[in-house]
Design a protein around this ligand. Sequence first.
Ligand code: NAG
Ligand code: NAG
Length: 789
Amino acid sequence: MATILAFLLFLSTFSTATAQPKHLNITIDSYISATTHPTSWSSPSGLFSFGFYREGAGFRVGIWLETSPNKTIVWTANQDDPPVSGNSTLVLLKNGFSLRTAGAQDKFLPSEFSSQYFLSSALMFDSGNLVLYYSDYENTWESFNYPTDTILGGQSLLTGNKLFSSESETNHSTGRFMLIMQEDGNLVLYPKDLDNTTSIDAYWAAATNQEESVSLHLYPDGFMYLVNDTGYNKNFLKRGAVANSGTVVYRATIDVDGIFRLYSHRFTRNSISTTMTEVSALPNKCKVNSICGFNSYCRLVDDKPNCLCLPGYNFTDPDHQVEGCSRNFTMEGCMVKKEHFKYFISTVEDVVFRENSYSTLPIAKDECGNACLNDCNCEAAMFQDGKCKKLVLPLIYGRSDGSDSAIFIKMGNESPVDANTNSSPNASKMPAVEIKKESRVKVLTAGIVLITTCLLASIAFSCFLIYRNRAQSSKKMTEDNNLSLSEEIVLRSFSYNELVKATDNFKEELGKGAFGTVYKGTLYNSNRTIAVKRLEKLIEEGEREFRAETRAIGRTHHRNLVRLLGFCDEGSSRLLVYEYMSNGSLANLLFRSQSRPDWKERVRFALDVARGIFYLHEDCEPHIIHCDIKPQNILMDGFWTAKISDFGLAKLLLPDQTRTFTGVRGTRGYLAPEWYRNIPISVKTDVYSYGIVLLEIICCRRYIELEVPDNEIVLTEWVYSCFMAGELHKLLGGEEVEGKILDRMVKVGLWCIQDEPALRPSMKNVIWMMEGNVDIPIPPSPISSMNIS
Ligand SMILES: *[C@@H]1O[C@H](CO)[C@@H](O)[C@H](O)[C@H]1NC(C)=O
Ligand SMILES: *[C@@H]1O[C@H](CO)[C@@H](O)[C@H](O)[C@H]1NC(C)=O
């Protein structure tokens, strides 16, 4: 950032700062107080003042323009500190302004002060710039270099710097929006609370990106330019012609409503001022992303943005409607289908949300609602630009946009009876007898549903088999020379002899799992390497159950799941044939290898695993609870893609049957507390195990490690204490990683391992949080919910 900019800055300083020392109006030891005169220091002409201004019941220190009837605040010191009491004073000492409040410690303003030199004096300039002079008279501190929400004529917003809107007109704490002078030369408005800003979150941009850094400069005459080092570059937000009368002060502010505006304040002789909005970055106040919170949308009423809840939703806090809306009914999603629980679709025309669809369909508008209704994962659908986009909550950036778009919201017509879903503390206080009765009814219903489903499934499957056999015999395809589409869909049935041959009589053992041993093998007519799992401890599982289960596994197709190629159920032998995973298990990689895998790779593994589980829980039909998620069951293929294996324990999750196991079958350490208590096993049980695995991936160590200091033995306790102490770096033993991502991963992990299943996020939310799409609240202590049950 070279000469010209420096020159401009020099100019702006020259016009103000170097015009000393005649007006050195703030001398060392002079002071003001919040309530007794003098309460501020004014610039020579009296246009600007620096001092105490009132906010609520207290006072802040800042700079304002003396407009009537109200002051216009243009800068605030330490704006995120609470306001101070009425008997505070501000005194200029040799090492800075000292704010003294009865009952509190003295505080230096500004806090970034360097004490390398002593101060000689300070001056409030007519430009609105407060300048502190060091005793060498060469160095200065200027408020112009630390803008809050406003830049004034003569002031710049340098590359990489931000302006933040205020919380409200009467609260100058940092608010909800920001303006960034980006490194790429673009000037962009975003909602403030983003982990990483992406173009989809931006709601306005000057569209000036030119791969070179520029600064935003507001000239005293009200023209705004982006300035690079070869001179001024682009004039934008052009103001109209101004009649040349009286004094005019220009300021550009990111307002409370998130819009960046240029204002003029005209002063006539009698100090009467008029304020005008010269230009506004966005005419439509509803176009500001996040102006309304989750699940609500913005509609203009008399040119004012108004936040409205979607049908079926109420304001989370009726006194703060901008904070969004929550569902006023329970949605069971794919987990439970109750006879008396019906959904329907409610339509809101002319509304769009942020496009974050998990599925986009090229169908007509009047079919879009039904497409959502028939998909148990779908919580809302948006019709936009001729496409139907299925969405999941939370819906954000909602606004009416005056187009042909529409939102279809899935709603329940009845609040479901809160059975023992253990989602509310009341449920666990219910007498045990009642719970049992409920479960029996559930089991009965489940039985009926199960039988019906099995019947239907086998009929459908048989039909498919017949169809396939015909198709195949007519095409005379050879079985496994190539991986044909049909092979992907239908499992191959192997004879026992074939597998004996393929594994050379079960010679090379790859590993031993809870249910049997895995052997390496080669299919003799294709040279394809396979892993053959010989199931040993089957608990009275008949042929039909085995086949049903195998089929369910065979139907799962996802890049993060180890693929089942076929099975053998000859006589008493039960074998499963899987694709071979050449790079071993995640456990070996994390706990046994010489050097820990690279951090970025680990983050990728964590996401891979999460996507695999998400697929099992929500995307495949019927849904599957894995029940034994652990690093030993996560395998690496030749391209280091992490895939979940061992569906040996996974049972089908049929409607109305959330508890599918009676005995404890997982692996200690990864087991959720509900295994030990009388609480139904649900998908949240896997979420718990995933949380433990995630923390192990982050820290590259096992859940229990004995060769460490006492407070580090149990991984979860250690992670939580480091998290609370803000010392997450300790977890990585010197490894350099991006703090934001680490923080995110740890928070997700801690949410997953909450004792109370209802507090754990769904896998969908886990993915959202890990990808940085939603804010992650601070997790409570994982065992804090223990006492509830
Ligand atoms: C100053 O503040 C202290 C502490 O808040 C309070 O006790 C005292 O009454 C205040 N004095 C005046 C003059 O307001
Ligand atoms: C001002 O806003 C901040 C941030 O939202 C909030 O924490 C604070 O309580 C508010 N102050 C007042 C006086 O309302």
